[in-house]
Write a protein that binds this ligand. Sequence first.
Ligand code: PLP
Length: 380
Amino acid sequence: MDHIYLDHAATTPMDPQVAEAMQPVMTTVFGNPSSVHRFGRKARQYLDEARRSMAKSIQADEKEIVFTSGGTEADNLALIGTSLANQAKGNHIITTAQEHHAVLDTAAYLEQLGFSVTYLSVDETGRINPDELKAALTPETILVSIMYVNNETGVIQPIEAAAEILSDHQAYFHTDAVQAFGLIDIDVNQTGIDLLSASSHKINGPKGVGFLYAADGIKLEARQHGGEQERQHRPGTENMAGVVGFQTAVELVMANKAERRGKYSQFREQFMERLTADGITYTVNGKLDDSIASIVNLSFPGTGVESLLTNFDLEGVAASSGSACTAGSIEPSHVLAAMYQDNDERIMNSIRFSFGSFNTTENVIEAADRVAKIVKRLTS
Ligand SMILES: Cc1ncc(COP(=O)(O)O)c(C=O)c1O
């Protein structure tokens, strides 16, 4: 049995062209980019070129890109770095109830440090209300962090509206764009985004590398100490092979963004149509019109997330949920819990399917048939 991967929001396979681009950086171009000699200068050229590519992908300037070890570090640096550096201006932060844990847990840490955090709610479709943001702002607010696309539901947040509200406020605007980057057109200047997190392994690049875009002039305290790298925002010798792999991944996704959007949209439609044709009852978490095409989160009434995922794996379908299994009990997804009332069964019977480079029409339809077979068995 071949295994079908429908979990591209968790991570993606590395593109062979990415692996190829990384090869020389691991062998011949091994210099330390901070060294002044020939070996170092060669590595520096690679690093500078990668930084230019990253900057271009979001219409930023190269000096505004800080390489990190991934999305989690970029989120931590954005939140902690700006909060610590701007305490004199206030101690209030605004984020949302359905952020990735890289933001939520960091916000909780900042609360421990004495910052006050407001968590905006989301409606049943998974979106924040910009009016709630407006009402939550105070003269003490120094940072607002709202994710671009939710990793569990694919729901796109009203980023332009939020940026517009913040345009005449002192608060910096950060967005975790880990799931949006590479699929949505992003122009940080036009939109008014001050800080943006991106991660390489979600776009067929290597794991363990990402970047934080921090607009010129942003006050940001480094999380590490020890060197001058990354304009002192992130000391430590850069992950050169990772950065070059990430660069190639970015160049590849930027070249065919529209084409991939169309392809994933078709996969999503074909997958859902096939489930319907197979006689399966399901509902969509979030609104498809406000969602990214590569992620769909479906609720299967009368089932449970644990038995669904175990059986999917046995049948060769890799998908996931936001629920975490801790010490034998299932912790509900905080994203779905933020969207629905406490006892709503959708919180406990929903699965995320995410499409990407591993997929074809054939394997998406085959996966739907396997999913349908399991759902029928569990509900009969
Ligand atoms: C929205 C979002 N933010 C942050 C992260 C963390 O990124 P990384 O795995 O690169 O640390 C992820 C990864 O799942 C994510 O989906």
